[in-house]
Design a protein around this ligand. Structure first.
Ligand SMILES: Nc1ncnc2c1ncn2[C@@H]1O[C@H](COP(=O)(O)OP(=O)(O)OP(=O)(O)O)[C@@H](O)[C@H]1O
Ligand SMILES: [Mg+2]
Length: 246
């Protein structure tokens, strides 16, 4: 289980400042849901934590490693993180099993038999033990996303980052993916989850962080941020997400 500490994190793209001094901590075993309007910087924040983006300034510390240190071993940092995105990015020409073994073999140097054993365990864990020999195109979107989760888990991450893992899915497929994430949270995984699923955030998150225009407006337990938000911007956002037609 990892901890994450983010201190005065800033990120600009040219003249556009997207993260304007972000501060927060994720304790070991906690689930933090990040919510906020489109363009508020949620993905950029996650991408700074997994070093897909270099922050402009500020610090990100995962356990005892300052990952914003220019000399950090990026591969070693990434090996501790599991990442799940909106698009599952499975290899279409490889079976489900192979999709879950390939990084284990190439990055962790596990042998084929061990990688397959671990892949099967994790496919069972996400409810897809039967699909090991299928190809991605033969699965539903929700099943593909669960393969992507199994693929991340097979690397034994101590921290999982999710960026809108259910927003590309048909509504009836969302529940299975959230169910897997809920179980992971119950197993004590440290998780940062960008999501618009307010029921999930309410039930599973230890903390909810509301971002708007590159700053954290509100950070607290879900009963506060989602149920009784203090700030007008949070209330406005929630009423839009909870009542999109209204
Ligand atoms: N590589 C980039 N180059 C330039 N601008 C970028 C880049 N990545 C993101 N941005 C800009 O940064 C801002 C924040 O983007 P980001 O993707 O972090 O928002 P978000 O909160 O994840 O939005 P969404 O809910 O739509 O996914 C946006 O204005 C976006 O256009
Ligand atoms: Mg995003």
């Amino acid at each position: 289980m990892s901890t994450v500490e983010i201190r005065n994190l800033r990120k600009s793209f040219g003249k556009l400042e997207v993260l304007k001094g972000i501060d927060f901590t994720v304790e070991a075993g906690q689930v933090v849901c990040v919510i906020g309007p489109s363009g508020s910087g949620k993905s950029t924040l996650l991408r700074c934590v997994n070093l897909l983006e270099r922050p402009t300034s500020g610090r990100v510390v995962v356990d005892d490693t300052e990952i914003t240190d220019p000399d950090v071993d990026i591969d070693a940092v990434r090996r501790r993180l599991g990442m799940v995105f909106q698009q599952f990015n499975l290899f279409p020409h490889l079976t489900v099993l192979r999709n879950v073994t390939i990084a284990q073999e190439r990055v962790l140097r596990r042998g084929r038999a061990e990688a397959e054993r671990i892949a099967r365990e994790n496919l069972e864990r996400v409810g897809l033990g039967e699909k090991a020999d299928a190809f991605p195109a033969q699965l539903s979107g929700g099943q593909q996303q669960r393969v992507a989760i199994a693929r991340a888990l097979a690397m034994n991450p101590s921290l999982m980052l999710f960026d809108e893992p259910t927003s590309a899915l048909d509504p009836e497929l969302v529940g299975d993916v959230l169910g897997v994430m809920r179980e992971l949270a119950g197993d004590g995984m440290t998780m940062m989850v960008v999501t618009h699923e307010m029921n999930f955030a309410r039930e599973v998150a230890d903390r909810v962080v509301f971002m708007d225009q590159g700053v954290i407006v509100e950070d607290g337990p879900p009963e506060q941020v989602i149920v009784a938000p203090r700030h007008a911007r949070t209330r406005e956002f929630l009423s839009r997400v909870l009542h999109p037609e209204g």
